[in-house]
Write a protein that binds this ligand. Structure first.
Ligand code: GDP
Length: 175
């Protein structure tokens, strides 16, 4: 079975739950006292997608300013980016637009973009409507899901949707 490596970058403000999403996806666990990532963390997970194996190489910088200078390198060769905001923090949704701009500036032109509205288990404290976020995602042709790393909602689904948007290899093995 063909193995494809797909580099996926996590973007979004500190505290929105990027590391928790990766932890839920890779280890199927949630640590409420997760220690903020120092520097860039890197994790992998391989899943079967149709008749291929997709090995996700997941990069998470925890959005640290001092790593921003490395942005072009961080994004290089990325198949996809997951931009995360926190549905209980309007500000994190507004910042999403800066992350999209940064990605457009430094990322590969054909990168698949997914927007994840995380912490959907806290809908009592919701500040961002699902419709506003979906409309925005549609306007930039991005995948959109609301997720909860805590309750394991839509975490695997984000990655499946990314795989769905990656062009399949043709019979000759080309992209
Ligand atoms: P990062 O800075 O974006 O990597 O965010 P973290 O993964 O470190 O998460 C920041 C805080 O939000 C931590 O206290 C997490 O436990 C919490 N958190 C992350 N995801 C969720 C979620 O889906 N639901 C809830 N209720 N809390 C979450």
């Amino acid at each position: 079975m063909a193995l494809r490596e797909l580099k996926v970058c996590l973007l979004g403000d500190t505290g929105v739950g990027k590391s928790s999403i990766v932890c839920r996806f890779v280890e199927d666990s949630f640590d409420p006292n997760i220690i903020p990532t120092i520097g860039a963390s890197f994790m992998t997970k391989t899943v079967q997608y149709q008749n291929e194996l997709h090995k996700y190489l997941i990069w998470d910088t925890a959005g640290q300013e001092r790593f921003r200078a490395l942005a072009p390198m961080y994004y290089r060769g990325s198949a996809a980016a997951i931009i995360v905001y926190d549905i209980t923090k309007e500000d994190s949704f507004q910042k999403l637009k800066n992350w999209v701009k940064e990605l457009r500036q430094h990322g590969p032109p054909n990168i698949v973009v997914a927007i994840a509205g995380n912490k959907c288990d806290l809908s009592d404290s919701r500040e961002v409507s699902e419709k506003d976020a979906k409309d925005y995602a549609d306007s930039i042709h991005a995948i959109f899901v609301e997720t909860s790393a805590k309750n394991a909602i839509n975490i695997n689904e984000v990655f499946i949707e990314i795989s769905q948007q990656i062009p399949v290899l043709d019979a000759a093995g080309g992209a």
